[in-house]
Design a binder for this molecule. Sequence first.
Ligand code: IPE
Ligand code: IPE
Ligand code: MG
Ligand code: MG
Ligand code: MG
Length: 295
Amino acid sequence: MTDNLMAFLNEKKLTIDTQLTKAIEKLHAPDELKEAMNYSISAGGKRLRPILLLSTIEALGEEESLGMGTAIALEMIHTYSLIHDDLPAMDNDDLRRGRPTNHKVFGEAAAILAGDALLTYAFECLVSNSEKLSDTLKLKLTRKLAHAAGPEGMVGGQQEDLSAEGRELSIDQLKHIHDLKTGRLLTFAIESGALIGGANDEQLKGLRRFSKHLGLAFQIRDDILDIEGNEEDIGKPVGSDEANNKSTYPKLLSLQGAKDTLHDHIDQALVVLESLDLKSSRLEQLTHYILDRKQ
Ligand code: IPE
Ligand code: IPE
Ligand code: MG
Ligand code: MG
Ligand code: MG
């Protein structure tokens, strides 16, 4: 990673972290609940989804801060999905973002509620922290975020991922699961950025295609890191997929096959990006980052 990209990521992360912490601090809610919410939110994470969202707005020449309410909402929903994903009834993992998982510290009931709270509060944050957006746009973003996160999106993908444990899947079935469980929230990051940034129809279509490849690439890299990653870098256990008998790209295609497919998606994402008339190269840099991220 170049120094320039690292500095950019760190700076953006700091801004997003501050907004997230502020949003939780001001809640009038039971202390135990706030503590459990804050534990997972403040544990860090790359904040890639909000960063992609803000970078898409920037690439269209608009003011990034217009997307902050949506960016925070998206990260809250992502964090809730991780808390629930780690539960014993799901992937049963003990480490997340370099810390013991939420249920290990607060117990399962509190972890479930912290997830519920982040999911619902996200929508409140989107609507109340987007003063400069029109009501029509807020409504559209709300509907799209609910769709991306819900039964036809991330949650649907999580269900299919669980149902597929121990089963042999075709590559198309696996691609579909990856698209739902991970792709949809990443696609929302780009699409909402495009809508807030005022993309024209051609840019919107192109950015959607770009985001599809990016979402798949992101989860393939995650599957690869589950095998050859370093626990300290990824902040979660290595070998979780194998232990849960998950279908993954490396399992279906071999490690090399998964790496080749990852490269294909990154190449296709870059081709689409090049064809668009964008005002910044941030999205291109972030695409390269997703190809060889270690975290
Ligand atoms: C992990 O997402 C879960 C997947 C969808 C692969 P991230 O790798 O973005 O996790 P954080 O937010 O940085 O912890
Ligand atoms: C999870 O995929 C995607 C989510 C919707 C949370 P994984 O189960 O592979 O994510 P990690 O590896 O635990 O972060
Ligand atoms: Mg999982
Ligand atoms: Mg998991
Ligand atoms: Mg994983």
